[in-house]
Design a protein around this ligand. Structure first.
Ligand code: GDP
Ligand code: MG
Length: 598
């Protein structure tokens, strides 16, 4: 009987359309949190999420809602991130729920991640409730957005909820639609246990804590469980739900979303996508899991203090528990020492991981410029995967190099189509198609090298379309390109961590921009530091960091005490993100100079 009163759903949308704010309103309307404890974007529990105002992690919460029919329903709500870099979170959550709330901004309309997320929901056979949010905005045009939802997506939007999460408008109607339009979960309580793991975190007391959706059967403390893919076995120590704080339960049953702890020490035993069953009454087969994510970009992570290499490894292992898409393996650099080549789903993901490592684990890191994975074919017919430009074999040993391409979909009002095409062509894009989504908006498709997308395509796209364009992309395989490796020499020494791979046509111009940038970034010393860019032994660009004339440190001694303290402090903080390479101090920004140099 309880099962018919459960509704499991995710909230999905393009970034900033209001998912987290709608979650807040649902928590309030259902009195899940007291007024005193309520704060904006409550489910964004990470400091980083709150500061940046973005959702990085999915978060699930159980709320109780008394409907107009007088019955009380249990909602399991999963708030998800909107940014393309975190779509793995969205896809994992959608496999665990029965319905989706699709939020569309009443002024912005349907955007690239609206489409991407709605297709994920459709792939999972989810019932979808459209919500048009921010109807309070002066630029809101709910009828137009209603048409867009019908024309661009093909969803019936005649009963779309008209909402202003900011002002609390439309929330009662949304809650009713959740009850009446979304299906209750199915699943047999008597059947052998089958539970899907869709997220995990680490707790120093309880071990790995798994977020699960129970599909069949029941799970309770004391049960012996087996992970069907890894084969590991454990005894359940605790089950419960989040509301939003953890609350212990006596059992979880088919249809429930909750957490389970079993003193699990290793994430390898219990990966997201694995199925939990009962050792004494096992299910015949595992549930379909998840496609593993392929990282889009790689960069090297190095502790500024070499002695903290092991701390960095531990931190990455712990973080991996909370971020199933993170990948890393040890690498060494002549310039930077011991570190890890780390794979990310995009630049925002990279930025977030670096910041979480520094904050949550108190590390100071140097991150090298992101690189895609190239395929280098050697003269003896081998294929070498190169995700660190420094590892590219010598030009004399290479027959050809291939790079990853994506099929990029750019949604844009028609007046910007020309601008978008010009930009895509300048980034080595190859036109695929263009289709009108509705009267004003066009979906332009280009094949573009992933490396160009990563560098500055998105920023340029946003600025040249006044923010109107949105971008989504999928991998589209490898293609041969005319690529070369450019090395950077400081004071005559090659710095491996600064090497980059670039199309031959752009090598010279990019090398010039980078040597000029490095000249500004590298601190002056009491001797001259030549900066050179080279292809093989051929120098293609150069600049020089001049020696300083005056002794800068003398200022510290002559200044007033307050100013001196400030200067010393500034120097100390600056030091943290620097690495000595030979006699030259190289700050963190230098390693990123290759970005935005196109
Ligand atoms: P998310 O990225 O989809 O989770 O979006 P958020 O919930 O974080 O909201 C993004 C921004 O839009 C925040 O600044 C919200 O305060 C604002 N916002 C959300 N809902 C509304 C609304 O109904 N009206 C207005 N004017 N602003 C809103
Ligand atoms: Mg959010």
């Amino acid at each position: 009987a309880r099962q018919s009163h459960i509704r499991n759903f995710s909230i999905v949308a393009h970034i900033d359309h209001g998912k987290s704010t709608i979650s807040d309103r649902i928590l309030e309307a259902t009195h899940t949190v007291t007024e005193r404890d309520m704060q904006n974007q409550l489910l964004d529990t990470m400091d980083l999420e709150r500061e940046r105002g973005i959702t990085i992690k999915m978060n699930s919460v159980e709320v109780n809602y008394t409907a107009e029919d007088g019955e009380t329903y249990i909602f399991h709500l999963v708030d998800t991130p909107g940014h393309v870099d975190f779509s793995y979170e969205v896809s994992r959550s959608l496999a665990a729920v029965d319905g989706a709330i699709l939020v569309v901004d009443a002024a912005q309309g349907v955007e690239a991640q609206t489409l991407a997320n709605v297709y994920l929901a459709i792939d999972n056979d989810l019932e979808i409730i459209p919500v048009i949010n921010k109807i309070d905005l002066p630029a809101a045009d709910p009828e137009r957005v209603q048409d867009e939802i019908e024309e661009d997506i093909g969803l019936d939007a005649s009963e779309a909820v008209m909402a202003s999460a900011k002002e609390g408008v439309g929330i009662p109607e949304l809650l009713e639609q959740i009850v009446t339009k979304l299906p209750a979960p199915t699943g047999d309580l008597e059947a052998p246990l089958q539970a899907l793991i869709f997220d995990s975190t680490y707790d120093s007391y309880k071990g790995v804590i798994l977020t699960i959706r129970v599909r069949e059967g029941i799970m309770k403390p004391g049960d012996k469980i087996r992970f069907m893919n890894s084969g590991a076995e454990y005894e359940v120590t605790e089950v419960g739900i989040h509301s939003p704080n953890p609350i212990k339960r006596e059992y979880l049953m088919a249809g429930d979303i909750g957490y389970v702890a079993a003193s699990i020490k290793s994430i390898r035993d219990a990966r997201p996508g694995d199925t939990i069953t009962n050792v004494d009454n096992p299910a015949p087969e595992a549930l379909p899991g998840y496609q593993p994510m392929t990282p889009m970009v790689y960069s090297g992570l190095y502790p500024t203090d070499n002695a903290r290499y092991n701390d960095l490894r531990e931190a990455l292992e712990k973080l991996q528990l909370n971020d199933a898409s993170l990948e890393f393996e040890p690498e060494t650099s002549q310039a930077l020492g011991f570190g890890f080549r780390t794979g990310f789903l995009g630049l925002l993901h990279m930025d977030v991981i670096q910041e979480r490592l520094e904050r949550e684990f108190d590390l100071d890191l140097i991150t090298t410029a992101p690189s895609v994975t190239y395929h280098a074919y050697t003269t003896d017919g081998e294929m070498v995967e190169v995700s660190n430009p420094a590892d590219l074999p010598d030009a004399s040993e290479i027959k050809s190099i291939e790079e990853p391409y994506v099929l990029a979909q750019i949604m844009v009002p028609e007046e910007y189509v020309g601008t978008v095409m010009e930009l895509a062509q300048g980034k080595r894009g190859e036109f695929e198609t263009m289709e009108y989504l509705d009267k004003q908006r066009v979906n332009v498709k280009y094949y573009i090298p992933l490396s160009e997308i990563i560098f500055d395509f998105f920023d340029k796209l946003k600025s040249s379309t006044r923010g109107y364009a949105s971008l989504d992309y999928d991998m589209d395989g490898y293609r041969a390109s005319n690529l070369v490796k450019v090395d950077i020499l400081l004071n005559g020494d090659k710095v491996d961590a600064l090497s980059f791979i670039v199309h031959t046509d752009f090598a010279q111009s990019r090398a010039r921009v980078i040597t000029a940038k490095l000249k500004e970034i590298i601190p002056r010393r009491n001797f001259e530091v030549p900066i050179q860019a080279a292809i093989g032994s051929k120098i293609i660009a150069r600049s020089t960091v001049k020696a300083y004339r005056k002794d800068v440190t003398s200022k510290i001694h002559t200044g007033d005490p307050d100013r001196r303290a400030k200067l010393l402090d500034k120097q100390k903080r600056g030091k943290k993100r620097m690495k000595s390479v030979g006699a030259v101090e190289v700050p963190q920004e230098a390693f990123m100079a290759v970005l935005n140099a196109g």
